[in-house]
Design a protein around this ligand. Structure first.
Ligand code: NAI
Length: 224
């Protein structure tokens, strides 16, 4: 199937780089740049051009030596590999501080990934409009997710509720979850979980900011 080109064969680490390429290519396309070299893509994305050339061969996209890649062709190719050539509906669970920010950010921004349903358990929030979508009762999650054919879930509920929410999403047939709650979710095999944890990221960055760290060998520290 053309839509499934290379899916499942591309290493996870490479899959994570594809949206970065996509964003760079979208910028190039918007500026009507028709041909792009791997060197230019490297400059735009921060990955090495060797890495880029290797990644792009995973799904059979070869540049022309000395010329480069056709921006539009590559753009379409990556969209297809990621499955973004068709609309992907997202279910957001938790319409609190983070959920509100995510819903507003998503509104009208991403062409093919839309928050199609928002759920909460708080009666004060159910029925309210958020980022162009009405917040629904989480008790309707399974039915709505099935009816709407939603395959991606976002967990933005308190940590204590996250596992139960993930379970409901999986039961409803969701295939991937973006988890913002600071817990490790148990999901059935085949469900992909991506964790985003701001506190963990800040804590590991603290290593670089710690006062007793020697200045890095790369000399990034400002020395007057
Ligand atoms: P919040 O308290 O503002 O919002 C949580 C929402 O979830 C509320 O609207 C609440 O009614 C709803 N909720 C609670 N139980 C539910 C259930 N069983 N089903 C459906 N909805 C339910 O909290 P906030 O700040 O939005 O944080 C949400 C989660 O995201 C927390 O786990 C927090 O630790 C995490 N977080 C993660 C960040 C990150 O960068 N990873 C940043 C901020 C928060």
């Amino acid at each position: 199937v053309e839509g499934g080109v290379g899916r499942g064969r591309i290493p996870d680490v490479a899959v994570k780089r594809l949206p970065v390429y996509l964003r760079a290519l979208q910028d190039l396309a918007a500026r009507r740049v028709e041909i792009v070299s791997s060197a230019e893509l490297a400059r735009l994305t921060g990955f090495s051009s060797e890495q880029i050339r290797k990644d792009l061969t995973y799904f059979g996209s070869f540049g022309t030596r000395g010329v480069g890649y056709h921006t539009d062709v590559l753009l379409e190719r990556i969209r297809r590999v990621l499955g973004l050539h068709e609309d992907i509906g997202v279910a957001l669970v938790g319409a609190g501080h983070l959920g509100t920010a995510l819903a507003r950010y998503n509104q009208g921004r991403h062409q093919h990934v839309h928050i199609r349903a928002i759920f909460d358990s708080d009666p004060a929030k159910i029925g309210q409009e958020l980022g162009g979508t009405v917040v629904r009762d989480v008790r309707d999650l399974e039915r709505v997710v099935r009816e709407e054919g939603i395959r991606l879930g976002v967990v933005a509920v308190p940590a204590s509720e996250a596992q139960a929410v993930a379970q409901a999403l999986c039961q409803a047939g969701v295939e991937a979850i973006l988890n913002f709650a600071p817990v490790r979710l148990e999901v059935p095999p085949g469900v992909q979980v991506e964790n985003i944890d701001l506190s963990l990221a800040l804590q590991s960055l603290a290593y670089y900011a710690a006062a007793d760290r020697p200045p890095s060998s790369k000399g990034r520290r400002f020395e007057p």
